[in-house]
Structure formats: structure tokens, C-alpha cells
Ligand binder design. Structure first.
Ligand SMILES: O=C[C@H](O)COP(=O)(O)O
Length: 214
């Protein structure tokens, strides 16, 4: 199980969380990555933790003010990127464009989706993985693997039907090792979470608990 921690725009210290994630990954052997704000990608990557962007634009170099280029985050140490997060939805053509831009920059990709139907559509675009997140559970206290296990199983089936090479992650409300273990039992290959670590009083302890479920 791959644990990807999205820091969103939470007011945590990205370096503190990144350092804890690096240490917990090294001690446990678990794969843990941190996805900070674009402005923090370089200094988070400098901690040695696996670093992901929260978004990349479909654009290449050119007259695109405000874009976050895949090439730019890759040059600053990112190894992968989220695309189409529930809080940063894109048009279908732009999801496709962002996946292609990430490929050009050799970034791993996870395309987010609200439900199994969207998972199937996202899988057809050829990302490395898709992540199913019911929007109503994001930021809550109840894990998707407990509140709606069927959506995880259906997402796994939807991706498998389109492209068995595409991994399926799940997210929303995940905060404990038990939540991670339950997601794995449902067929998920990874976890996308945020508040359970970024808003924790002790992010290091939260990460240690999470990897206990792998
Ligand atoms: O990117 C992370 C997901 O939106 C889940 O967020 P959450 O763990 O705070 O529910």
C-alpha cells in the first residue's frame, strides 16, 4: 500500500510533515509521499521524502500565466502528481492533457474521481492510478473504507474492466492503520489522505499508526 499525504492548503509546516514522513517511510519500509503546495515542492523534496504535486496544467512552456507546468514541478523534485482532485476539478480534455503533460515530464500520475463511473473514464486515459473519493466524506471523521466499502470495490472493478494496469487508490476520512487495512482488504493499492496527517497534533504518530495497517 502506497500512502500519499496531500497537504492541500492546510496551515501545517510542510517540512515538519515531510521530515516525519521520510523517517517513518525509512523505518517501516512503507512507501509514503507528501504532496505540498506547488510553492513548497522543492524544499519538501530536499528533505528526501517522495514528493508529489497537487496538480499540473495541461500546458507546455509558453504564454500560460498561472500555470503549474509538469516540467517545472519535475525539475523541482516532484516524482508524481495528482490530477483532477475533487477540490480542483478539470474538464475531461484537461484531465487528458494533464496526464499527457505529466508523462512528458516523467511524473507518475493519480487521477482522482468521485465515483466508480468516473474511475472507469479516468482509467481510460491511461494514468498510473486512479483514486476514488466520495466528496461528502472528504475531511470527515469516518473513513471511506468504513462508510462506503462498496464504492471502493466498485471502483476496483471499474478500473479492472477498462485497464487492469491502472491501480486504484481510495481516500476520504482515512486516519488510522485500521482504515488502511480495511482499504487494502477492499482491493485498494494505496491511500490518498490529508486531514488525518496535516491536521494531526502529532503528524509523526499519525503516520506511524497508518503504516501499521499496511
Ligand atoms: O486528498 C485527500 C483527500 O481529499 C482526502 O482528504 P481527507 O483525508 O482529509 O478526508
Amino acid at each position: 500500500m502506497f500512502i500519499l499525504v496531500n497537504l492541500k492548503a492546510y496551515p501545517c509546516d510542510p517540512i515538519d510533515v515531510a521530515t516525519a514522513a521520510r523517517d517513518v517511510a525509512e523505518a517501516s519500509g512503507a512507501r509514503i509521499a507528501i504532496s505540498p503546495q506547488a510553492a513548497d515542492v522543492a524544499r519538501v523534496a530536499e528533505t528526501g521524502v517522495e514528493t508529489w504535486a497537487q496538480h499540473v496544467s495541461p500546458n507546455a512552456h509558453g504564454s500560460h500565466t498561472g500555470s503549474t507546468l509538469a516540467e517545472a514541478v519535475a525539475d523541482n523534485g516532484a516524482e508524481g502528481t495528482l490530477i483532477n482532485h475533487s477540490e480542483n476539478r478539470l474538464k475531461l480534455a484537461d484531465v487528458d492533457g494533464s496526464v499527457r503533460a505529466a508523462e512528458r515530464a516523467n511524473l507518475e500520475t493519480i487521477v482522482c474521481a468521485n465515483n466508480p463511473a468516473q474511475v472507469g473514464a479516468a482509467a481510460a486515459l491511461g494514468p498510473d492510478a486512479v483514486a476514488v473519493e466520495p466528496p461528502e466524506l472528504i475531511g470527515g471523521d469516518v473513513s471511506v473504507s468504513t462508510a462506503d466499502p462498496g464504492i471502493v470495490e466498485d471502483a476496483v472493478a471499474a478500473a479492472e474492466a477498462v485497464d487492469p494496469a491502472v491501480d486504484v487508490f481510495c481516500g476520504a476520512g482515512v486516519s488510522t492503520g485500521d482504515d488502511v487495512a480495511a482499504a487494502g482488504d477492499l482491493g485498494a493499492s494505496g491511500i490518498l489522505l490529508a486531514s488525518g496527517v496535516a491536521k494531526a497534533d502529532d503528524p509523526r504518530a499519525a503516520l506511524e499508526d497508518l503504516v501499521g495497517g499496511i
